[in-house]
Design a protein around this ligand. Structure first.
Ligand SMILES: [Zn+2]
Length: 102
């Protein structure tokens, strides 16, 4: 998985195409990520203990990691992620500017 929590990403396809947000959660088992403000679904719920009034809740749903691209913190462009091994460390690098990501 090339994305981590708090990465800035841009959505490449679908209804939320072009939107940016930061990664709230990574779900490696399903290859999905949860991005703040992206893929928001409205759910109409009956009153329950957690939501006594019921009503319309906004849920942020996970989306496949391949549908987003990382926005490089140094060159601000959407990019693919490469890796660089330096000693015992594996660092993520931007394929466009070669800068190290975090
Ligand atoms: Zn870059």
């Amino acid at each position: 998985m090339k994305l981590k929590r708090k990465d800035k990403v841009v959505v490449l396809v679908g209804r939320d195409k072009g939107k940016t947000g930061s990664v709230a959660r990574v779900l490696p088992a399903s290859g999905r990520v949860v991005v703040d403000g992206v893929n928001v679904m409205k759910r109409h719920t009956k009153p329950s203990k957690a939501h006594p009034g019921g009503g319309v809740l906004e849920l942020v749903r996970p989306l496949p990691a391949g549908k987003v691209a990382l926005v490089c913190p140094s060159c601000k462009q959407p990019t693919r992620v490469g890796y660089k091994i330096s000693g015992d460390n594996k660092e993520r690098i931007c394929r466009k500017c070669q800068g190290v990501i975090k």
